[in-house]
Design a protein around this ligand. Sequence first.
Ligand code: NAD
Length: 247
Amino acid sequence: MRLAGKVAIISGAASGMGAATARKFAREGAKVVIADVLEREGRQIGDAIGASARFEPLDVTKEESWAAVVAATTRHFGKLDVLVNNAGISGSAEQDFYSTEAWHRIMAVNATGVFFGIKHAIPAMIANGGGSIVNLSSIAGIIGSEHVHMAYNASKAAVRLMTKSVAVQHAKDKIRANSVHPGVMPPMRTSGRTADPAVRTERMRVIPMRRPGEVDEVAYAILFLASDESSYITGSEIHVDGGAIAI
Ligand code: NAD
């Protein structure tokens, strides 16, 4: 099994790509902490996986919430090997373009939330002799997007560079950090206009593979980066986008 004996925290694992990743990690031998603001959905995912999964309530924007999740993980499973910073929200350019509130809300979850996760995971990983951090950015962290609030682009670009910063600064601690950049996937819970079928059809025209991605296609990339199969890969990024930004 590809993650045998490893302990992982996945933020935002009550839904979408986080839930798919949690299922894959457990199947590959990991103990998984499903951490999310959505308690009912998160517990359901955990119950379906079974004894190798555990739900912990987490609001990524609250530093004390991250501290509690990391503490609960090491208390129950003995250590921390893998952190997947997956929780994220979107925001609509059409409705919120000038909204300062949207800027702060999106940056708090997508950028500050990732910083808090990294900050609290690293000491636990150092205590364990190393680890792997996988951060969910987006192709929107590399190129601009027509329909999302600019904070989404800015926050995902921040995730991309925080990842490289951690890779450089913590290689000495045997901690690797890499980012994953999905393209058009099943819509997020907070997708605005990008969830519109007409917009999605339009976007397919500029994707060489002419189809949206599936959550498992992202989960496989995360699995590879979490596992020792990627032991010499750090500060790197994988685009899971059907070739969207290769053009
Ligand atoms: P989703 O909306 O299905 O899931 C996001 C999860 O994050 C939810 O379970 C939600 O409850 C959780 N979350 C939101 N705010 C939180 C908070 N404050 N604290 C803890 N958890 C919180 O979205 P998804 O499509 O599975 O996206 C997963 C990641 O991939 C996100 O970071 C997203 O930005 C990124 N992404 C998604 C797409 C896409 O098209 N779906 C494309 C590129 C990147």
